[in-house]
Design a protein around this ligand. Structure first.
Ligand SMILES: [Zn+2]
Length: 573
């Protein structure tokens, strides 16, 4: 990937993922005195992003360092199997099980990458020890830690992945035990409330204390449970698991996700979609952005419904790209739709916070999401300059190249390179926002291309065959949701949400505007020359000031100082 996303991935891999000293992440595991913090999530999160970065780059030195850190981590494993940093009398409290989850995920991912059995054995012993502490007749998983047991319960995901490797019924039974406890009186009711359509922000009474067991609206932990539930669906085929996850995702999309493709305030769901024109404290946690993308990627793989790819696209081009510092070395913890970008603070005596550890995982999801495969052929989800390896239905390897300046322009040239001609179906995602789309194959028009679907081109492909895709990049005027008396407008172009930014030379970025759209909601606009540090920017006619200037939300505020204060929603005159 060599365009807008690829450049960000390269910067993040070089300056954040591979720049990490793994010893700092393993060090806490040598202490056994913790009672409330989450130092033990950081090695696993880093290992997941570093494994993906290694697969993407093939960098041998990084692979060796990653596997060496896993051996250092395993050296901290107790004879009874425990890996963590909690004091013996505080096991299961706070973030202990959550930390074990990330350790398991990291060990299993590195086992997949290396085939080193000691990693799988370490994961099995860690799980066997957990099963001596948690389960029927022992500690109840949903009463452990915070957020109605959702943090602890999200260990469901690696439990299913472990079963996939071992085939050991004890592992799948433990996974089913966790899901069974969700439905208990004290459980988070993740299946029942989703099936009943209860909005995610209204599932439980407002907690007296945010940092507590009774807080049932914590966004990242809730979605992490659904990610695990979808893995369990893959093993069991139990339809309510998929249905509950689909309805939860839809509810989050409809009630929480804002114009930048993220949501949450104080890391919790709060009905944020309808409230997004009002600033909220600590909104759009980067962990929420990443997990929303991960949740969508799971559903995209299971259903082939392009609405999930549309959601991922909105998150990555806006919320996630905007949260990353321009040099790739860090991610902000919270982002808003207006204000000034701020770095997060280090947590638990580490030099990192949860979001700096998760932002890279969001970017590293993209190579796998961009082009997916089914038995019928490839599915193109993201449009990005680059070369994509394909495996065709016959097993023949091939390459798909994309030439484009997306998301600056909506024109993409795709070309298939393969040794022997082969018939297969190539699917291209037509974004929901692209009202008018043109597609040709070797110059012939493809009919029936609809927004919010995949255009399926089924033919015998020869090497060098090409497609030209032209998406609708007219500016779109967006009116504020909700029933408030104050009205706001915002502007989008292609996958990008746009923003005003003080650096565009207009002091009155908070002034009311009057924008006149055509009947189909599109706005006339001028594309202006790129500006250093901001990149693409546009002028839109405005009836009072003559015009207003807008840039991508992803670059708005990216001096991370007051000089680049920005806003997405503009008061309407
Ligand atoms: Zn976070």
């Amino acid at each position: 990937m060599r365009g807008f996303l690829g450049k960000r991935i390269d910067a993040c891999v070089a300056k954040r993922i591979f720049a990490q000293d793994p010893d700092l992440l393993v060090a806490p595991f040598r202490q056994r005195a913790e009672r409330g913090c989450w130092q033990t999530e950081f090695w696993g999160k880093w290992a997941l992003s570093a494994a993906a970065a290694w697969e993407y780059t093939g960098n041998a030195e990084s692979r060796a360092r990653l596997l060496a850190s896993a051996r250092d981590l395993l050296a901290t494993q107790s004879p009874n199997g425990y890996i963590g940093n909690y004091a013996e009398d505080s096991h299961l409290a706070g973030w202990d099980i959550w930390g074990r989850k990330y350790t398991l995920l990291g060990l299993l991912r590195l086992f997949d990458m290396s085939g080193d059995r000691s990693l799988l054995d370490g994961a099995k012993r860690l799980t066997a020890h957990l099963q001596t502490e948690v389960g029927s007749g022992k500690a109840d998983i949903v009463t452990q830690g915070l957020y109605r047991g959702m943090a602890a319960s999200s260990i469901l995901e690696p439990m299913v992945l472990l079963f996939r490797h071992t085939g050991d019924q004890a592992h799948i039974q433990f996974a089913e035990y966790i899901v069974g406890r969700w439905s208990s009186e004290r459980g988070p009711q993740l299946i029942e409330k989703a099936l009943a359509g209860v909005p995610v922000a209204q599932r439980f009474p407002r907690p007296k204390k945010w940092f507590s067991w009774e807080n049932g609206g914590k966004a990242y932990e809730m979605m992490s449970c659904y990610v695990g539930l979808l893995e369990l669906f893959r093993e069991t085929g139990r339809a309510p698991y998929l249905e509950a996850a689909l309805r939860a995702h839809q509810n989050i999309h409809e009630t929480e996700i804002n114009l930048a493709g993220s949501g949450s305030a104080e890391e919790c769901w709060y009905g944020g979609r309808a409230l997004q024109t009002t600033p909220a404290h600590n909104s759009m946690e980067t962990c929420v952005t990443m997990t929303w993308m991960q949740f969508g990627a799971q559903l995209l793989r299971l259903t082939g419904d392009p609405c999930f790819a549309d959601d991922i696209e909105a998150s990555v081009y806006n919320a996630l790209a905007g949260a990353m510092t321009p040099d790739g070395s860090s991610f902000g913890q919270y982002s808003g739709l207006e204000g000034q970008r701020e770095p997060g603070v280090p947590q638990c005596g580490m030099q990192l916070n949860c979001c700096q550890a998760n932002g890279p995982r969001g970017l590293m999801l993209l190579p796998a999401v961009a082009v997916m495969h089914s038995g019928e052929g490839p599915w193109v989800n993201l449009y990005e300059q680059g070369e994509y390896p394909l495996v065709l239905p016959s097993g023949q390897p091939a390459t798909l190249s994309m030439v484009t300046t997306y998301p600056f322009s909506g024109a993409v040239s795709l070309r298939v390179h393969l040794k022997a001609p082969e018939r297969f179906t190539l699917r291209l995602r037509i974004p929901q926002w692209s009202a008018q789309t043109a597609l040709t194959v070797n110059g012939s028009v493809v009919q029936g291309v609809k927004p919010g679907s995949y255009a399926a081109v089924d033919r015998r492909w020869n090497s060098g065959d090409g497609l030209e895709l032209k998406m609708d990049f007219r500016m779109r005027l967006i009116r504020s949701p909700g029933n408030g008396t104050a009205r706001f407008v915002a502007v989008q172009r292609g996958p990008l949400t746009l923003a005003r930014d003080l650096r565009l030379g207009q002091s009155g970025i908070d002034n009311a505007v009057s924008l006149t759209s055509a009947g189909d909601g599109t706005l006339p606009a001028k594309v202006l020359p790129l500006i250093d540090g901001i990149g693409m920017n546009f002028a839109v006619p405005e009836s009072r000031a003559g015009e207003i200037r807008l840039c991508a939300y992803a670059s708005a505020g990216n001096s991370w100082k007051a000089d680049s204060r920005f806003r997405v929603w503009m008061p309407e005159a």
